[in-house]
Write a protein that binds this ligand. Structure first.
Ligand SMILES: [Zn+2]
Length: 416
């Protein structure tokens, strides 16, 4: 094995064991006592169930991750990449088509392996804790739609990248970057009106107390509300959520029907104020710019490793190719990606605090946000006492307890 192979293998093993250690710490941090702000909200039965949910989820993810790792290593060391490459090359298509087929076949293989896990998670694990509302029909339709979307959207993007690196000369990475960035901007622009409605019904929020309260709040912070929609989240799960999608004139706020059903008007406006906070504090723009920058760096570094013979040797490949370089470089880049993901999550947790603060300071009923979070964590059986190391690795949101304490302190300060 050469240094490239050793680096990839070491990364796979180290990240696996670091995550495993974080899981164990996280399980160990589960405390038998309900944290103070939750007393009176969580019955001890619900609290016990939330810990049971945590254990079941951790065990399941661990098995899933182990199987993925073992299969990847087996495929790699059995020469699977080369075997696949040779059999697709034998079909005699051009490099772009061969590359799309090679990558598509690997992705398909990955989702076939993941399918039993996804079925188990939805119909056994989530079902046992009363979350699952997905019927086998909805599940199958989702699968089919995602597959068609992946083919329709993935083929041109991948084809374009391969074509640029084949024909673009020394600046190919720049062309590929510009092309993919344009494509993803376009995609994010049309997603709320074209793609998401394939999976969920978006119904404009009806006139009434809630809409009046939301409109009044939005006007008070001079936020142009393009559309407030209710989506049928209850079609798949009883878990509740709210989110922002799209940008420019196409932006929408979506509230899950499950959220509306269980919260007061004041709580819902507070949740919305938090979402508007993300927008106002430019969090959405910042994340978009950062991911574009990351993509540019990836393409530039990829261009340095293009057709690197040693990198292909590490995966037992007979022939080099642009599409092979793309795949193996991503594996080589994974330690950087691992660290970047941690940094991005740190930023995201900071943004969550900022959006909470925005909600509390701009909405007189902002304190209701903490009531909403308490209710949400009870109905979603959230872990109230995650281990700090686990949070550091995995959490895009701060632990709910920290958020509640800050919201309550902040709103006490604004009111005085
Ligand atoms: Zn948020």
């Amino acid at each position: 094995m050469n240094p490239y192979g050793i680096l990839v293998l070491a990364t796979l093993l180290v990240t696996f064991f670091v995550k495993f250690a974080a899981d164990l710490l996280n399980l160990g941090a589960a405390s038998p006592d309900i944290p103070e702000p939750f007393r009176g909200v969580y019955e001890s039965e619900a609290y016990r169930r939330s810990q049971e949910y945590l254990r079941a989820n951790t065990r399941f993810s661990l098995i899933d991750a182990s199987v993925d790792l073992v299969l990847l290593l087996a495929f790699w060391f059995a020469g699977g990449f080369n075997l696949l490459d040779q059999s697709i090359r034998a079909l005699g298509y051009g490099t772009v088509a061969t590359g799309v087929l090679f990558t598509g076949a690997l992705l398909l293989l990955q989702s076939v392996v993941g399918l039993p896990f996804s079925i188990y998670r939805t119909f056994v694990l989530e079902e046992r804790f009363g979350f699952n509302k997905t019927t086998p029909g909805v599940f199958a339709a989702d699968l089919l739609k995602s597959f068609v979307l992946a083919v329709v959207l993935g083929t041109p993007v991948l084809g374009l990248i391969i074509w640029f690196f084949e024909n673009g000369g020394p600046l190919a990475w720049l062309w590929a970057w510009a092309g993919v960035t344009l494509f993803s901007l376009l995609l994010q622009y049309v997603a709320p009106s074209l793609i998401m409605p394939m999976f969920n019904k978006f119904v404009p929020l009806e006139d009434g107390e809630l809409k009046t309260a939301i409109t009044r709040y939005a006007a008070s912070v001079r936020f142009p509300l393009a559309g407030i929609y209710v989506i049928d989240g209850s079609k798949r799960s009883s878990k509740a959520n709210a989110f922002f999608t799209g940008f420019g004139r196409n932006k929408r706020i979506a509230l899950f029907d499950t959220l509306i059903a269980n919260h007061t008007v004041e709580e819902l406006v507070a949740v919305l104020a938090h979402e508007i906070g993300h927008f106002r504090k430019k969090h959405i723009l910042i994340s978009m710019v950062l991911s574009m920058l990351n993509l540019g760096i990836v393409f530039f570094l990829l261009s340095l490793f293009m057709n690197n013979r040693q990198m292909f040797d590490a995966f037992f490949m007979q022939q080099t190719s642009v599409y092979g370089s793309l795949l193996f470089f991503m594996l080589l880049y994974s330690p950087v990606e691992f660290i970047l993901a941690i940094l991005l999550q740190m930023l995201s947790r900071r943004h969550e605090f900022e959006a909470d603060r925005f909600a509390v300071t701009t909405f007189p009923g902002g304190r209701a946000l903490s009531d909403a979070l308490k209710k949400l964590s009870r109905s979603n059986l959230s872990n109230l006492t995650p281990h700090p190391f686990y949070v550091f690795l995995n959490y895009s949101h701060p632990p709910v307890l920290q958020r509640i304490l800050r919201i309550e302190a902040e709103s006490a300060r604004t009111q005085s």
